[in-house]
Design a protein around this ligand. Structure first.
Ligand code: ADP
Ligand code: MG
Length: 212
């Protein structure tokens, strides 16, 4: 599928589906090192996104959809993740501007802006055991794929695989940001819920582009 507004809409629909399917998993991860609300928060937010997508004007661009997702998540998700993901999609929207078809460079710009937005908002660094530990490897993998001539679908697949590996790699870390940081060494051995939700969202992006 070409990476246009239909792709963004399909990405968001798939995101809502995948977050709903993994709601209990995200709750469980957040119960282990947080307060247990991450799955609930994300599911509420993406179900609200689903409803909002029905009212999109016919002339909507990818940037318009990303902006709608941002404002919806900010007003419905709550917790730490709401403003962080909201900022991510808002910055991603700005990065793609009024473009109607997203090429590899635009996808790298979208992912980079999303990651940078989360960093701007939450000040996390790589290795702090947050969603950044999924986003940053995803950005690096997307850049590498794009600079070696990969097409859009491959760029998104590289980003998704790197985010999944990044989420797994949060398991041995001590958290330095968010609620999990109160646990000190007791956070070791648990995967960061936000990194896991990021991996799910980026896998959704890749699968939809691949027509899977
Ligand atoms: P809360 O911690 O308020 O209950 P959630 O459970 O919805 O919020 O989200 C928790 C996730 O948010 C964490 O797993 C982590 O990935 C992410 N997070 C928390 N603080 C930060 C931060 N400062 N920067 C980046 N991500 C963060
Ligand atoms: Mg929580």
């Amino acid at each position: 599928m070409s990476v246009d507004v239909a792709w963004v809409v399909a990405w968001m629909k798939r995101s809502a589906q995948v977050i709903s399917e993994h709601r209990v998993e995200l709750i469980t991860l957040d119960r282990e090192i947080g307060d247990g609300d991450h799955g609930e928060n994300m599911d509420r937010g993406f179900q609200a996104v689903l409803t909002k997508l029905d009212d999109l004007p016919a002339a909507a661009t990818p940037g318009d959809v990303l902006k709608l997702v941002a404002t919806t998540l900010i007003s419905t998700v709550g917790g730490a993740a709401g403003p962080l993901y909201g900022t991510a999609y808002l910055k991603a929207s700005g990065a793609v501007g009024a473009e109607t078809a997203l090429d590899g460079a635009a996808l790298v710009a979208l992912l980079t802006a999303a990651r940078d937005g989360i960093v701007l908002r939450g000040k996390a660094e790589p290795g702090d055991k947050t969603m950044i530990d999924a986003w940053t490897p995803a950005v690096v993998a997307a850049e590498t794929a794009q600079s070696s001539g990969a097409g859009e679908t491959e760029i998104l697949a590289a980003a998704a695989a790197a985010a999944e590996a990044g989420a797994v790699a949060t398991e041995p870390l001590v958290a330095r940001k968010g609620r999990a940081s109160y646990l000190g060494e007791r956070a070791i051995g648990h995967r960061d819920p936000g990194a896991q939700s990021t991996a799910l969202l980026l896998r959704a992006a890749a699968d939809v582009a691949a027509g899977a």
